[in-house]
Design a protein around this ligand. Sequence first.
Ligand code: MSP
Length: 513
Amino acid sequence: MNSFYITTAIDYVNGSPHLGHAYEKVLTDVIARIRRMMGDKVHFLTGVDEHGQKVQQSARKLGIDPQQYSDEISAEFRAILPKLEVLNDDFIRTTEERHKAVVRRLLQQLFDKGEIYKAEYQGYYSTRQEQFLQNKDRNADGTWPELFGEVTEITESNYFFKLKSYQEWLVQFLTENENFIFPKFRQKQVLEFLKEPLNDLCISRPKERLEWGIPLPFDEDYVTYVWFDALVNYYSAVADKPGIWPADYHVIGKDILVPPHAVYWPIMLHACGLALPKGIIAHGWWSINGDKMSKSTGNFVEPIAFVDQYGVDSLRYFLMREMSVGQDSDFSDTQFLARYNAELANNLGNLVNRTLNMTNRFADGLVPVAGQAGAPELELQALWAKTQPEVTALWAEFQFHTALERTLAFVTATNAYIEKRAPWKLGKSEEAGDKILLQTSLATMAEALRLATGYLLPFMPGAVEKIHGVLGYQPGENWAEELAWGGRLQGNRVAASLVLFPRIQAEKTPVKS
Ligand code: MSP
C-alpha cells in the first residue's frame, strides 16, 4: 500500500480560527480523502504553532500565562476540525514534548556539525514579523512597509544558521525538480528570490526579549526562532513513526512560501541529512466581500457559525468550487447564494428529490431494471464516459474547481435527461413499451446520481453519505470499479425523501460584513 503523508500549516494561536484556516484544512482534507479513496495509506497532520512573540504578547494583553492562553486557543482550533468534516490523523502542538525534543535534537546536531555559529547582530528588527530587516526592505521613501509594524534598532548576540552556504544547492534542487512547488509560477518566484544572495538565518532570540519558546540545547539563555521551531513540526510528529517521512505535500498559504517553506525548510532538512518533502502546494488567499479579511473591521467569516447556519457540505462545496487552488478568491454573500441555490439546491438537490419521488411514485420505491438504452440514455452514458477521465485528471492537477464544475455539468445533463424522458407522462401510459421506458428512465437517473456522487464524495462527504443512504447504496472498496456505469442500484429500496439543500432566500445574508 502506498503511504501518503500530507500536512497543513500549523496555525498561530494568537486569535480564533477564521475562514482562511478553515479553507486550508478543507483543501488538505479533500486531497487526503481522494488519496484514501484511491487506496493509499494516508497520514494527515495538522496542528498549532504556539511559541513566539505574537502568542506571548496576546497572552500578556489578557494577563494570563502563555501556556494557559495556548491551551484555550488550541482547543478552539482542534474543535473546528470535526465540524468541518476534516479527518486528520494527528494534531500537533509545538509545546508538546515530542516536538520540543526533536527541535532540540536537530539544533544540537547542526551545532555539532558547525552549521550554527554565534555572532553579534546590529540592525533593524520587526517585532510583528519577528524578523531582522535590511535597508532593502524599506519603502522607496525610506519608511518601513506597514506589514512590519514597529521597527526598532537593536544590537545583540545571536546564533546563526549557515543558510547562505546552501544557496547554490537549493537553486540546483529547484531547477532539477521543477514541479516541487504547485502552482508552477510560485516555483519561478522562489528562483527569482534566490537570485539575490541569502543571509545566514538568525535562529535564536535572547530569553530576556522572548521567553515563550524552546530553549537552545547548547545555550539556555536563548530560545529558538519561531520558524525554526514551527517548520520542524512536520517531521517531529512522525519522527518515531517509521515509513511516513518524507511528506508528500505540505499545504500552505502563499504568504508563508518564501522564504520559510521554500528556502529555510528544504535547507534545514538537507543540512540535517533528512529527505525533502516531495512537494509544496501554495494556495491563494480569501478576501471577504471584496475586502481584506479583518476581525477589527468586522469583515470576517466565522467558519463554525457559518457551518451551523448553512451546513458543512455547502461550505466545503463553495470553498472548493469557487477557488482555483493557487489563486486568490473572494467570499461574498451573493456568490455563495448563487452557487448554493443554482448548483446545490436546484441541481443536485433536485436530482435527489426527483429520483426518490419518482421511484416511489412509479416503482413502489424499488429501483427497476433498465431496459435497452435508447438515444437519450446512450447520450448520458457517453457524457459520463467523457466526464470520468476528465475529472480524474483534474483531481490529479488539484483543479478541484473545474472538476466540480464538470461533475455538476453531468448532474445538469441528468436533470435534462429526465425532462426529455418525462417519466411523469410515461407513468400515465398503459402501453407496454412506455412501461419499459419508464423503468429505464428511473434506473438511469438513479445510476447517474450514484455515479456523480462518486466524484462529490471527498468534497461533501456528509451529504454524499446521506444520498447513498437513501439510495440503499454501499460503495465497495475499489473506487475505480464503483465509477463504472452499470445497474448497481437495481432492486434497491429508496427512502421516501431527503431534504439536503433547502433553497435560501436572497434576503438572508450569510456572510457577515
Ligand atoms: N504559524 C504559521 C505557519 C507555520 S507552518 C510551519 C502561520 N500561521 S497563520 O495562522 O498565520 O496562518 C496559517 C495558515 O492560514 C497559512 O497557511 C496562511 O496562509 C493561511 N491563511 C491565513 N489567512 C488566509 C486567508 N485570508 N485566506 C487563505 N488562507 C489564509 O502562518
